[in-house]
Ligand binder design. Structure first.
Ligand code: PGA
Length: 254
């Protein structure tokens, strides 16, 4: 059975006030969800311990990035083990903003994934094509190459700590969402790539991200290979985020 996950990526947004307002109300709403969805909050790292303090048992917490090293003279970086130590369960890796704005390479993404899974965190590996790549008919090839590169070093017993998030770059923060059919097609293709890598593809959760909102989440989550969402903008408002969590059908995955 695949885990169903809705994760809120706050990006570089938030404050202690937002943590106070939002996390408590998301938690109390999440406590009454009966669709089995795992709800994850991924704030800026500096607020992780504030979120953990408010999260209770029901919400999971993650970080948006880690360095690939376990410790040392890397000013400004945080290690996977530190995120785990502070109560995180999840970490994003290879988000397109990291790839595009900070020049993160496939090799760095692979090294970070290794460090995360070795530390016992679940790595949410973000992949996705640009509009130019999609229009050139290369979307599936680009995404397949990203998946293979990021997960090249996985040991057979580590796949349980991997989630893949498909986030077409042209859909992030733009209000444009992939159609449920296009997203499903890419998710099926990613699952095929994982199977070719000898991963237990049927048990790996695949999330869709890119302008997921309360009004399009249900159609996306109804697709057989879409096991949840990675939510940016809409995760900053408790009502919107909770509505997206509620949009997960109880029987999406088997
Ligand atoms: P968005 O961001 O929901 O604001 O499009 C998604 C993401 O970048 O994870």
């Amino acid at each position: 059975m695949r885990r169903k996950i809705v994760a809120g990526n706050w990006k570089m947004n938030g404050s202690k006030d937002l943590v106070q307002q939002l996390v408590g109300s998301v938690r109390s709403e999440a406590e009454s969800l009966d669709n089995g969805v795992e709800v994850v909050i991924i704030p800026p790292a500096i607020y992780v311990s504030d979120v953990v303090a408010q999260a209770g048992e029901r919400l999971m917490v993650g970080v948006q990035n880690v360095g690939q090293w376990s410790s040392g003279a890397y000013t400004g970086e945080i290690a996977a083990g530190m995120a785990k130590d502070q109560g995180c369960t999840y970490a994003l890796v290879g988000h397109s903003e990291r790839r595009q704005l900070f020049g993160e390479t496939d090799d760095e993404v692979a090294a970070k994934v290794e460090s995360l899974v070795a530390s016992g965190l679940v790595a949410v590996v973000c992949v996705g094509e640009t509009l130019e790549q999609r229009e050139a008919g290369r979307a599936e090839a680009v995404v397949a190459a990203q998946v293979k590169a990021a997960l090249a070093n996985m040991a057979a017993d580590q796949w349980g700590r991997v989630v893949v998030a498909y986030e077409p770059v042209w859909a992030i923060g733009t209000g444009k969402t992939a159609t449920a059919e296009d997203a499903q097609a890419m998710h099926a293709s990613i699952r095929q790539v994982l199977a070719e890598m000898s991963a237990p593809a049927e048990s790996i959760s695949l999330l869709y991200g890119g302008s997921v909102k309360a009004d399009n989440a249900a159609a996306l989550f109804a697709e057989p290979d879409i096991d949840g969402g990675l939510i940016g903008g809409a995760s900053l408002k408790a009502d919107d985020f909770v509505s997206i969590c509620q949009a997960m059908p109880a029987s999406t995955t088997s």
